[in-house]
Design a protein around this ligand. Structure first.
Ligand code: NTF
Length: 838
């Protein structure tokens, strides 16, 4: 669609009710939006109406910055990062936008003068759960940091109608409920139907010769899907930059097939619409595993093709020649979910824009960069060739050709090494044939990065070893980070105020400045303030637990929290073994002196992951027994908080004393929860896995509870032949724990319920719980000892927070900009054409 120049509106002044930040102005705007957008007035307004009115009031203030940003990026044709991700786990927008606009307090006052409570309105927001866990949340933190650092960027993904399921707990089991996040409308997005694009699926290809006598391929699809972008502004912290998150919805190209309708086949006509809209219907709820489902591959090509076509549109609009695509855009692939971009960009350049193979390949490689997020073999995506041929016949041809050229390169570099060719091929031919998406991503990108130092090292030595030997220069590490805006300023205002009262508020944009807190670590006044804030926050969680779970919790106990997706490698069941160990000690000796603990769990399991769901059931069952056993005398409590989400996480991190990061070494790529806990002053008990290694380096070994086998020790033990039964027979406490579960003590006498879990531990124990058991218990005993020394614990807590500077996502993004993206900030002035009257 053409834009229409109109000089009469060039000097348009936006009314200050849409931009002003004073309390009076905010009040007026709020009532105005309640009336004119929600169509309500106070007498009949619901809480949701008030939330919506406030959201629109805030959105108006974003729009001014958003449009200014777009104008400047367009005028300057700024180099832009395209962050391609199947998941963006944004969390609630309202609070974050208030923080980033710097108007939290004004808005609080404005709504309170209207008789409303801001916290109440914030609670109303249904968060867009468009991600599973760490990978999607990382994408969201990176958008926040890119906007804050004034880096031109676009996040591209899918606007799932149903995000991650809501979790209920019934009789201790997880039950999944569909998430209707769009139910009450979404005030944060704007649909842009004028930028719709079409994506082809299925059918076949035909070769032909074009008018210049060149060999060309035409793709005749079976189906065409329309992608419609929905844009959400992403505001930086106290900057004028507002970047864009652009999510695609799938629609049928025509909402009606009139031919079918006229012939009386109404349902047939609607059929195509239904099939097309399925594409953006639901987020796959698997974390760290891939099932090779057709619809999932269709989702991947859908959002990747939409996004690349959109970038090409922008390139043309800004008068950049297509040959300079890679100068305008750098495209970061968030894991292999968007890796089909390698073949799709080639196809667009060659088939649709008449480019030759070699030039298209240069542009593709120079544009794309790949981040790997996992070491789990079952999470490495592979698609059966048959599925690929059926859905993406043209892409398969292109992949075969890329593979041909690539294997020639391998042969030239490693002559006579046929085994290497087999291992590195883009096609797995060991049995049924598959396309290996990680290999495609490695070959098609100029950069390959891991997400923590250890993870990158293990990629180089193990998972992607052949590719490291082939292209050592492509490999680099980018340790993950988290945004301090959401994960401390918004979620922990009390700690934020205390910190800022001592060191100013520069640390919010420069997290390394937290180190200035170290000067106060011996100041008794400061330490006591630090402690009383933690204790007040714990009180709040106590109230929440009482209301949600009906469990009374001792606020002076250690709040020992493990909150993350459920997976055997993350070892929530190792935590369970510790709880039962303490319980057994109490049962054997009811007067034993034990430091009181509250074990708190949160997290979802993939609906099809039986063992993870059984672990949830086990934790709830242990809770039922331990929480009600009079011998325990409230020294231990086990709480499972259902439906863990970003909103909920913000409540949980600030309340933790102890953060559980106990994955088997060599399995957790990075972890980011570990960072959020420590930033809020929790101490970590953890293995030398993922980013734990670097967190420990930063906070110092004295301030970190480390235990367990290292990654090389894990490999060595497995190579020697690991026999979990030996540990069971030789460790008295471990045996008692397992026997206690087996006896049906936590399952009303049912000895079968947990048998699958116990058998998997006794006879396989893939994640070495038994091997790490004793070290874990000893370490937990040390935790309990140290906690008794309140001054020492407080000191350690302060030092943890003070030394977390490295783990800001701002640092990660600066590293990406420097080493991979070659991109510089573009500051935004609030320009004249849409300057507001203040
Ligand atoms: C996750 N990967 C890893 O399991 C986490 O350790 C890491 O912190 C996050 O990515 C972010 O980098 C995945 O969810 C996936 F999908 F790649 F397996």
């Amino acid at each position: 669609m053409q834009t229409v120049p109109n000089h009469q509106v060039d000097n348009l002044q936006i009314e200050d009710d849409r931009t002003g930040l004073s309390v009076e102005c905010l009040k007026r705007a709020f009532l105005d939006n309640l009336f004119y957008v929600q169509g309500k007035f106070p007498k009949i307004a619901t809480k949701n109406d008030y939330y919506m009115a406030l959201a629109y009031t805030v959105r108006d203030r974003l729009l001014q910055r958003w449009i200014n940003t777009a104008v400047i990026y367009t005028e300057r044709a700024s180099r832009t990062v395209s962050y391609l991700s199947a998941e963006f786990l944004m969390g609630p927008h309202l609070g974050n936008n208030l923080v980033n606009l710097g108007i939290y307090d004004q808005v609080k006052q404005a709504v309170s003068e209207l008789g409303l409570d801001l916290e109440d309105l914030l609670e109303q927001e249904e968060e867009p759960g468009l991600g599973n866990g760490g990978l999607g949340r990382l994408a969201a933190c990176y958008l926040d940091s890119m906007a804050t650092l004034e880096i031109p960027s676009l996040g591209y993904g899918i606007r799932y109608e149903f995000g991650i399921f809501d979790q209920d707990i019934r009789d201790g089991w997880q039950v999944e409920i569909t998430d209707k996040w769009l139910h009450c409308g979404n005030p944060w997005e704007i649909a842009r139907p004028e930028w719709e694009v079409y994506v082809r699926l299925g059918g076949h290809t035909e070769a032909y010769t074009d008018e210049h006598g060149r060999y060309r391929v035409r793709w005749i699809p079976f189906q065409v899907i329309k992608g419609v972008p929905h844009d959400t502004p992403i505001l930086g912290y106290k900057t004028n930059t507002a970047n864009t998150l652009r999510l695609w919805t799938a629609e049928a190209p025509e909402s009606f097939d009139f031919a079918a309708f006229n012939s009386g086949d109404y349902l047939g006509a609607v059929q195509e619409k239904m099939v097309s809209e399925n594409l953006s219907k639901v987020l796959y709820p698997n974390d760290d595993s891939s099932q090779g489902k057709r619809l999932r591959l269709a989702q991947q090509i859908f959002f990747v093709s939409c996004s690349l076509q959109d970038m090409i549109r922008i390139v043309f609009r800004q008068n950049v020649p297509l040959e300079k695509f890679h100068e305008k855009f750098v495209v970061q692939l968030n894991d292999t979910h968007p890796a089909i971009a390698v073949a799709e960009l080639m196809r667009l350049l060659i088939d649709e824009h008449d480019m030759g193979w070699d030039q298209a390949w240069q542009i593709t490689q120079k544009s794309l960069a790949y981040t790997n997020h996992t070491l789990l073999p079952e999470a490495l995506e592979r698609w059966p060739i048959s599925l690929f041929r059926e859905l993406l016949p043209r892409h398969l041809e292109i992949i075969y050709e890329i593979n041909y050229h690539f294997l020639e390169e391998v042969k030239a570099k490693f002559p006579g090494d046929s085994d290497r060719l087999r291992r590195m091929s883009l096609i797995d031919e060991s049995g049924e044939k598959y396309v290996r998406m990680a290999h495609l991503a490695c070959v098609g990108s100029h950069s390959i990065n891991g997400v923590a130092a250890l993870h990158t090292k293990l990629l180089q030595q193990d998972v992607l070893r052949d590719f490291y030997q082939m292209y050592p220069e492509k490999f680099n590490n980018k340790t993950n980070g988290v945004t301090p805006r959401r994960f401390i300023v918004l979620s922990n205002p009390r700690l934020t105020n205390l910190i800022s009262s001592k060191i100013g508020d520069n640390w919010i944009k420069h997290l390394e400045d937290l180190k200035h807190l170290e000067a106060f670590v011996d100041d008794p006044e400061f330490c006591s303030q630090w402690r009383s804030i933690k204790s007040a926050i714990k009180q709040d969680l106590v109230a929440y637990i009482a209301q949600q779970n009906g469990i009374t919790v001792n606020p002076d106990s250690i709040f020992d929290i493990q909150a993350k997706r459920f997976h055997e490698y993350k070892r929530q069941h190792l935590n369970a073994l510790h709880i039962i160990t303490l319980y057994n000690r109490i049962k054997a000796n009811p007067d034993i002196d034990i430091t009181p603990r509250t074990f708190i769990f949160g997290g979802k399991a993939a609906p099809g992951y039986y063992m993870a769901k059984l672990i949830i059931k086990l934790l709830n069952s242990i809770g039922d027994v331990v929480n009600n056993d009079p011998d325990v005398r409230d020294r231990l409590k086990v709480v499972f908080l259902k439906d863990y989400s970003v909103k909920f996480a913000q409540r949980v991190y600030p309340a933790a004393d102890l953060s559980e990061q106990i994955s088997m070494a060599g399995k957790e790529a990075s972890g980011t929860g570990n960072m959020k806990f420590a930033l809020n002053g929790a101490l970590t008990i953890g293995t030398l896995d993922g980013a734990n290694v670097e967190i420990r380096e930063e906070v110092g070994e004295d301030n970190f509870f480390i235990f367990g086998l290292t990654a090389p020790e894990v490999y060595a033990l497995k190579a020697r032949g690991y026999r979990p039964l030996d540990y069971y027979h030789s460790n008295r406490e471990l045996k008692a724990v397992i026997d206690r579960i087996a006896s049906g003590h936590f399952s009303h006498g049912d000895t079968k319920l947990f048998k699958p879990l116990l058998d998997s531990l006794l006879y396989r124990d893939e994640y070495l719980l038994f091997a790490d058991y004793q070290a874990y218990i000893d370490c937990q005993d040390r935790v309990s000892q140290v906690y008794r020394d309140r001054d020492r614990w407080t000191r350690m807590s302060i030092l943890n927070a003070a030394r977390m500077g490295k783990f800001s996502s701002d640092r990660s993004i600066r590293d990406y900009c420097q080493d991979i993206w070659n991109i510089k900030p573009v500051p935004i002035e609030l320009g004249e054409c849409i300057q507001a009257k203040e």
